[in-house]
Design a protein around this ligand. Structure first.
Ligand SMILES: *Cc1c(COP(=O)(O)O)cnc(C)c1O
Length: 395
């Protein structure tokens, strides 16, 4: 290893480790369902984004296995060369139908969508108004575009309006975009899309919603934009196929002209191979299931309401979530980490999220109930919360 690299790594790793900030990654010894095993110990899993339990669904597994039999294991090339298989087109048609848009384009991940779509449209002569709590991939996607990034206060519509007005009236930018998460993953709050759409109309802003945590969860499954009936007003609907949909991949849904453009100008589409046939087929199956029935969606919300009520009744501060994401706000960073460790010992897997991911003093243990949890699993989790909460004097 080069001396300079060795020095860089040694210094930085030891600093992280000495501050207790080096994240040791747990290996899960079972499929990622509602009950998992880590270090030989069974855990009620409240940390996945597998909202509908589809990651281990037999119907999706069958669809993936069938696709491997029919199409093989790889797409063979980037899609523009000869890697577009019928399964990819089927996935995109299904996505457009699901989202209620003219068309859709699929990518290798949700992260990749933001690398792809923002810089395909925005450049150095443009500006992007970005919510201060937007996901890391949005931030990186904005940077990649070289547009001027103007942050606005989290869901602060007065601030957005003020900044949009200033950007527009400055005359400095060719195009201005407003970009937001549909659902914010740390607090579970929903973006104020009706106001955002209104401000966008007033100042002629391009609208971009990354709905990674909203799809499958809001709007009877179709997402935050559908939830507000704004399909005609939001230009870009971004989503992931890895959370509620349970597989892997990402997509942009919107007008046909936009999708046509992304197919010729977005770099991860042009220079990176598509998801495998098994991924495409399993994701398609998941969306078909979501369109056929809201059973999983209803079970998710029932479980979420049950867990929220139970934790709140015990006296925990569960913040102001409007979605199944259930933060349990503990406060101080060390206490939050100890709380999560004690939950682990009691058989509940719920991760601590602390500064700098969330503001100092608002450390929380974040719970993600899913459709796959049974009432009995949730009761066991709540009992563990009660035990640890009392023991540590949190409740
Ligand atoms: C999780 C997430 C992503 C990344 O999605 P992947 O498909 O896992 O790459 C992108 N944006 C937001 C808002 C997310 O929450």
């Amino acid at each position: 290893m080069s001396k300079v690299l060795e020095q860089f790594l040694t210094e930085n790793l030891s600093e992280l480790r000495s501050q207790g900030l080096y994240n040791e990654i747990d290996t899960v010894e079972t499929p990622n369902g509602p009950i998992i095993r880590i270090n030989g110990k069974e855990q009620i899993n409240l940390s996945s984004n597998n909202y509908l339990g589809l990651a281990t669904d037999e119907r999706l597994k069958d669809a993936a296995v069938d696709a491997i039999g029919k199409w093989g294991v790889g797409a063979g090339a980037v899609r523009t060369i000869n890697g577009t298989l019928e399964v990819h087109e089927k996935l995109e048609e299904t996505l457009a139908a699901f989202k209620g848009t003219e068309a859709a384009i699929s990518y290798q991940s949700g992260f990749n969508c933001n690398m792809a779509a923002i810089s395909a449209v925005m450049d150095k002569d443009d500006a992007i108004l970005s919510d201060e709590l937007n996901h890391a991939s949005i931030i990186d996607g904005c940077r990649l575009s070289k547009a001027k990034i103007i942050r606005f206060g989290h869901s602060d519509m007065d601030d957005l309006r003020k900044q949009a007005k200033a950007a527009k009236e400055s005359g400095s930018y060719n195009k201005i975009m407003v970009i937001t998460d549909g659902v914010f993953s740390m607090d579970g709050d929903i973006a104020k899309l009706p106001e955002i759409a209104e401000i966008a109309e007033e100042y002629d802003l391009i609208t971009y919603v990354d709905d990674a945590h909203g799809s499958g969860v809001l709007g009877k499954g179709a997402g935050t934009v559908k939830n507000f009936g704004l399909q005609e007003k939001i230009d870009f609907q971004i989503g992931t196929l890895s959370k509620a949909i349970g597989v892997v991949g990402g997509y942009v849904a919107g007008k046909k002209e936009l999708i046509d453009w992304l197919k010729v100008r977005s770099r991860p589409f042009l220079f990176s191979t598509a998801v495998t046939p098994a991924d495409a087929a399993a994701a398609t199956k998941a969306i078909e299931l979501m369109m056929e029935s809201t059973e999983l969606y209803e079970r998710l919300w029932k479980n979420a309401d049950y867990l929220k009520k139970a934790l709140s009744k015990l006296g925990f501060d569960i913040g102001h979530s409007e979605t199944p994401i259930t933060p349990c706000i503990i406060g101080e960073e060390k206490t939050t980490q100890t709380f999560s460790k004690r939950l682990f010992e009691e058989g509940v897997y719920a991760k601590a999220i602390v500064f700098p991911t969330v503001p100092k003093g608002t450390g929380r243990v974040r719970n993600m109930p899913t459709a796959a949890h049974t009432r009995e699993m949730l009761d066991r989790a709540v009992a563990a919360y009660e035990k640890v909460g009392k023991e540590m004097g949190v409740i």
